[in-house]
Design a protein around this ligand. Structure first.
Ligand code: PMP
Length: 442
């Protein structure tokens, strides 16, 4: 039977209200909750709150629950492993699930060279490992990253991040030696040029200006980049962006490190988003969707790059056996049907958002690949003035109507549902969104 959202209390309802009051007293105030959802349980794309309201989830827990909430195969894998071994630490001992997952990931990440895998617990840790390994391997000190990038919040990953100042305020000084440069955000080009007439000026600038003025290329260890920017606004660069940047990296012996934490694990309709761009990176950082919600991060690199010595990097919980089993179950589902579904349903989502754009002046841009899709809201199509207030209002309204959405960038909404999504669920999202936009902007 086709499901629908059910909102039967005011939001937040009485039980939610009580928990939120306690949360205010005891939980860190640094979190950014855009609306008061207090979850009781969830299945597939459907989330039930503590007051019995039912929501359609287009966030999948920040692009994590790729297989839908509590997929039975994943739950079974978790239960079975919990009964056998919960923890031993893969940094000091050996166990099967971590080794088997490393073998699987090494085969999944593109590239002919034999690969090795480092395990951590989060996206930040995967990036942190990439950052450290790039310095270790090259013995170089400098790194290039991008404006709009989000790579995590530990001090190394935060130093690479350039998404919002609130994430960096009062934490300086950060790690030295990082230069941020503009991403290929063609909707708001940093150079005020238009693709393709720009002839990829943003990439040429690296060689023609950066490497001739402040940043000696022979001292650069890595270019660290998201294939598609996530938190920065779901920004898809033009097809040649990564190819040309990669060519520059190779000219100077610089490692091309990609952060697939949000874009990886089938979300874009391919196992890794970089596969859309025809570049085989030197390192791939993975987390979020890898284990359907169990904490796990991984860094995959050719064995001759992952050449650090024993003791140089590790983490007690990294490669937890339950997380690894959840990841193996997740990958099986992705390969069997979910990546293909992401590609198929992603087309439908893009298409329908495109139709909404024809009706609603405030949708300035619709972009994405597979089920990594965003819309950017503007006050006016000719000036492209960002409409952050409308964005926040629309997300709040959608919540009140039973649709869970998340923002990204300053004025965009992201759509990152589970890869199990059906056409019915996409159509529902579109009709609720349509109403929410009308309510807020008319
Ligand atoms: N990299 C990217 C591209 C991300 O989107 C995120 C999380 N939003 C991170 C790294 C950090 O991941 P985590 O929050 O698991 O540390």
């Amino acid at each position: 039977m086709e499901q629908h959202p059910v909102i039967k209390t005011s939001l937040p309802g009485p039980r939610a209200n009580k928990l939120i009051e306690t949360d205010r007293r005891y939980v860190s105030p640094s979190y950014t909750r855009m609306y008061p959802l207090v979850v009781e349980n969830a299945r597939g794309l459907w989330v039930r709150d503590v007051d019995g309201n039912i929501f359609l989830d287009f966030t999948s827990g920040i692009a994590v629950c790729t297989t839908g909430h509590c997929h039975p195969n994943v739950v079974e894998a978790i239960k079975k492993q919990a009964d056998r071994l919960i923890h031993m630490s893969g940094t000091d001992f050996y166990y099967g699930p971590e080794i088997r997952l490393a073998e699987k990931l090494a085969s999944l990440v593109p590239g002919k060279d034999p690969k090795k895998v480092y395990f951590g617990n989060s996206g930040s840790e995967a990036v942190e490992a990439a950052f450290k390994l790039s310095r270790w391997h090259t013995r170089r000190e400098l790194t290039i990253a991008f404006y709009g990038a989000f790579h995590g919040r530990t001090m190394g990953a935060l130093s690479l991040t350039a998404s919002k100042t609130v994430q960096k305020k009062r934490y300086n000084p950060l790690v030295q030696g990082i230069t941020h440069i503009p991403y290929a955000y063609c909707f708001r080009c940093a150079y005020n040029l238009t693709y393709p007439r720009c002839n990829m000026a943003c990439v040429r600038w690296v060689e023609e200006t950066l490497f001739r003025t402040t940043t000696p290329p022979e001292e650069v260890a890595a270019i660290i980049v998201e294939p598609i920017q996530g938190e920065g606004g779901y920004i898809v660069p033009p097809p040649e962006f990564h190819r040309e940047l990669y060519r520059i990296a190779k000219t100077y012996g610089i490692l091309y490190v990609v952060d697939e934490v949000q874009s990886g694990m089938g979300r874009t309709g391919k196992m890794f988003a970089m596969e859309h761009f025809g570049v085989i990176p030197d390192m791939t950082a993975i987390a979020k969707g890898i284990a359907s919600g169990m904490p796990l991060g991984a860094l995959v690199a050719p064995a001759d790059i992952m050449d650090w010595e024993a003791g140089s990097h590790a983490s007690t919980f990294g490669g937890n056996p339950i997380s690894c089993q959840a990841a193996l179950a997740t990958i099986e589902l992705l390969e069997k049907e979910l990546i293909a579904n992401a590609a198929l349903q992603g087309e439908r989502l893009l298409n329908q958002l495109g139709k909404l754009q024809e009706i609603h002046e405030c949708i300035g841009d619709v972009r994405g690949k597979g089920l990594m899709v965003g819309i950017e809201l503007v006050e006016d199509r000719s000036t492209l003035k960002p409409a952050a207030k409308w964005r926040n209002g629309i997300i709040r309204k959608a919540f009140e109507k039973g649709l869970l959405l998340l923002g990204c960038g300053a004025n965009s909404i992201r759509f990152c549902p589970a890869l199990t999504i059906t056409s019915h669920e996409i159509d529902l999202c579109i009709s609720i969104l349509d109403e929410a936009i009308r309510d807020v902007t008319e």
